[in-house]
Design a protein around this ligand. Structure first.
Ligand SMILES: Nc1nc2c(ncn2[C@@H]2O[C@H](COP(=O)(O)OP(=O)(O)OP(=O)(O)O)[C@@H](O)[C@H]2O)c(=O)[nH]1
Ligand SMILES: [Mg+2]
Length: 461
């Protein structure tokens, strides 16, 4: 995608879903020639009385003298459409042949071309149908794979984020204006903006900006899943546990210690939450170079885990060295101790020693499935969902960057106020804050920024 991003004069067309999947393929035409396309395909002058907007109409589509399809179309008059332009949406039979012919017939008309990825949503944004955070939420909504991610995207789509930012901007704007005014009167040495009130404001806004910025982690967790590491000594059944959770023989299992060498990562939905399960190389001193690399990787995964399933086997003993493994988990990680192979004969191993050390450990058998339901429930419950109550919003990487900038400019203002910094410098930082906040909702945005955002869409969005 180049800048300036798209050619607005053109009428654009693209299927909204792939042909060949399902019975119907929806194709959207957007732009000035939308209705001309209808006439061209039906070989009839456009009849607004017969085909009122927002009503499905059944028509014959002609490919020369050949009847290509009988299909429903719905027209939307600007500005009351997804893109804000005249739009016609076609429900074709989803044969790849029909859809391809249809697209060819449309693009034969001069001024009509295929839409580029994200172009429909780009037009919606440019025509003021949605702000930038909502446009991004459309991409998130389409990608949502679990109910939490869906709720998050919907919340964003409904403008929760934009509202929060608008509130913050408004609070700052007033002071920014007063500071600018002081600059106009700089000869007279007046202070319109009350410095101590400004200090309070800067502190409170900074706190909110920082808390929004930190919601990035929560958002990532919801979108991509809780990073969950299965760790423990070799041969204790980590890979078997992964397979049992996935209900699928994904990882190799063998009675050879050191079977797993690389990290295996698989998403796993448990009761509406996605866990990104990572099976790792068993932790031990090894002279094998490849295994050493695997162990190093395990260490690294452990420090970034949201949840660690520390797996032990009843036939090992909870000695000091094992206790030390627990300290490898990151400080942010939650840890569940899982005792595997409890199907082994009664009295075998060190079950009572483990229970004494960890009264609430989870006893399971990855082999027989014993205790697995309880483990799933505990995993589900341990994820902190408190933050998802109410109108929770979460930011993405781009927004986090802008929030970071706003936070650091606010910090400079705060420091500046303590050092009685000149109004001019304060005003400059204030402008930087407003700019960062405006970027968040796209009130001002550079072309390359927009290009980067809309490039993430696929054709037909
Ligand atoms: N009896 C019994 N055996 C198990 C259980 N879970 C795993 N095993 C056996 O224990 C051995 C090791 O299992 P893995 O899942 O490969 O263990 P791992 O922790 O991934 O081992 P490494 O990848 O070498 O670190 C295999 O022979 C499994 O069949 C269980 O619940 N009960
Ligand atoms: Mg393994």
């Amino acid at each position: 995608m180049q800048s300036p991003l798209y050619q607005f004069e053109d009428t654009i067309v693209a299927p909204l879903n792939p042909a060949g999947q399902g019975a119907v393929c929806l194709v959207r035409v957007s732009g000035k020639l939308s209705k001309a396309v209808v006439s061209h395909l039906t070989k009839k002058p456009y009849n607004a009385a017969l085909w009122p907007p927002r009503t499905a109409s059944l028509v014959a589509i002609w490919d020369g003298d050949v009847l290509l399809d009988r299909a429903l179309f719905t027209s939307f008059d600007a500005p009351a459409s997804y893109t804000g332009e005249d739009c016609v949406e076609w429900g074709l039979h989803a044969s790849p042949y029909v859809v391809n012919r249809f697209l060819t017939l449309c693009t034969e008309i001069p001024g009509v071309r295929m839409a580029q990825p994200g172009e429909f949503t780009w037009r919606a944004f440019t025509n003021g149908k949605m702000d930038l955070s909502r446009a991004e939420a459309v991409a998130d909504l389409i990608a949502a794979e679990n109910p939490m991610a869906h709720r998050l995207a919907m919340n964003q789509l409904e403008g929760g984020f934009a509202r929060k930012i608008a509130e913050l901007r408004e609070r700052i704007m007033e002071f920014a204006a007063l500071l600018e005014l002081e600059l106009d009167f700089s000869q007279e040495d007046v202070e319109f903006a009350d410095r101590s009130a400004l200090k309070d404001l800067v502190l409170s806004v900074r706190m909110q900006v920082v808390s929004l910025r930190d919601s990035f982690t929560a958002g990532e967790v919801i979108r991509k899943g809780v990073p969950t590491v299965l760790a423990g000594r070799p041969n204790v059944g980590k890979s078997s546990l992964l397979n049992a959770l996935l209900q699928n023989a994904r990882a190799l299992v063998s009675d050879q210690p050191g079977t797993t060498r690389d990290t295996i990562e698989e998403p796993c939905a448990i009761n509406g939450i996605t866990f990104r399960l990572m099976d790792t190389a068993g932790l031990r001193e090894s002279t094998d170079a490849v295994e050493q690399m695997g162990v190093a990787r395990t260490h690294q995964k452990l420090t970034h885990a949201g949840l660690v399933l520390m797996v032990a086997s009843v036939d090992e003993y909870p000695d000091e060295a094992w206790m030390n493994l627990l300290s490898l988990a990151g400080t942010q990680s939650k840890v569940l101790v899982v005792l595997n192979k409890v199907d082994l004969p009664e009295g075998y191993g060190h079950r009572s020693d483990w229970l004494q050390r960890f009264p609430d450990l989870l006893e399971i058998s990855a082999q027989t499935g014993q205790g697995m339901d309880l483990l799933r429930k505990r995993m589900r419950d341990i994820v902190d969902l408190g933050r998802l109550a109410g109108d929770f919003v979460a930011v993405n990487a781009r927004q986090r960057h802008s929030l970071d900038q706003a936070a650091s400019a606010l910090q400079s203002i705060y420091n500046g106020l303590h050092q009685n910094l000149e109004t001019e410098l304060l005003a400059e930082e204030m402008r930087a804050v407003l700019r960062s906040l405006a970027e968040l909702t796209g009130d001002i945005a550079a072309d390359d920024l927009l290009g980067a955002i809309f490039a993430k869409f696929c054709i037909g969005k």
